[in-house]
Design a protein around this ligand. Structure first.
Ligand code: HEM
Ligand code: HEM
Length: 179
């Protein structure tokens, strides 16, 4: 499988900079940070926007002209950029849910896949969450919960999100911004 070329990715990334920043540190809270993200995960998202498995009108337009090679090059470029640490506040309820899940409601702990410091598990394609805004994180969890984002293989995130209350989502997303 083609792993992508960082230099080629850089030269193809000008079209992304207006929203995601030249180095993948995005320019507004609604745009996800791409810097330091798992390359496997980034390439999968681009493929999913193209196939329609993940729906976003803006990104659908962006990927329409990209080949599989372009997607891997772009993913390789953004993956090696530096993520900025979060600057948000921690909170007790969010910390507890992130590290321990909730066994009474069979909610798996986020830490198992997204890691102690929120960096994810790169080879497995488990995305890093560090540096993302609370707004973006909330939008994704709500979308997994209501099914409008359903590109997570086997419903891995949906099965968790359907058990999260609005208060759970508010607490855990705020906690993640502290990582
Ligand atoms: C999401 C890549 C251009 C707006 C994403 C994601 C990737 C990506 C990989 C998913 C990130 C994640 O799941 O954490 C790219 C690349 C671009 C590009 C490689 C250039 C070829 C743009 C531009 C805009 C934009 C120019 C704004 C006009 C967005 C938005 C989302 C997003 C709003 C979030 C969609 C949602 O809420 O689910 N992009 N992007 N992107 N991108 Fe881009
Ligand atoms: C994606 C949060 C638990 C596996 C995501 C995303 C968020 C998130 C916000 C979207 C990332 C982005 O768009 O950039 C959480 C929270 C959890 C949790 C708050 C705990 C309550 C888990 C667990 C696993 C997991 C336990 C593994 C068993 C994944 C995977 C994706 C993902 C594979 C990417 C799906 C795709 O390909 O689009 N998670 N997660 N997560 N999460 Fe979790």
């Amino acid at each position: 499988i083609y792993q992508g070329d960082v230099a080629a990715g850089k030269s193809k990334s000008a079209a992304c900079a207006a929203c995601h920043g030249a180095d993948g540190n995005s320019l507004a809270p609604i745009y996800p940070v791409l810097a330091g993200q798992s390359a496997n995960y980034l390439a999968k998202q681009l493929e999913d926007f193209k196939s329609g498995d993940r729906k976003d009108p803006v990104m659908a337009g962006m990927v329409a002209g990209l080949s599989p090679e372009d997607m891997h090059d772009l993913a390789a470029y953004f993956a090696v950029q530096t993520t900025k640490a979060g600057t948000g506040e921690t909170n007790e309820a969010g910390h507890k849910l992130y590290i321990g899940g909730d066994s009474t409601r069979e909610i798996a702990a986020c830490i198992a896949c997204h890691g102690v410091t929120g960096k994810g598990v790169k080879q497995a394609g488990f995305p890093g969450l560090t540096g993302q805004s609370q707004e973006y994180l909330t939008k994704q969890l709500v979308s997994f919960r209501d099914g409008t984002r359903n590109n997570d293989n086997n419903g891995i995130m949906r099965n968790i999100a359907i058990k999260l209350s609005d208060a759970n989502i508010e607490a855990v997303t705020q906690y993640i911004t502290s990582l």
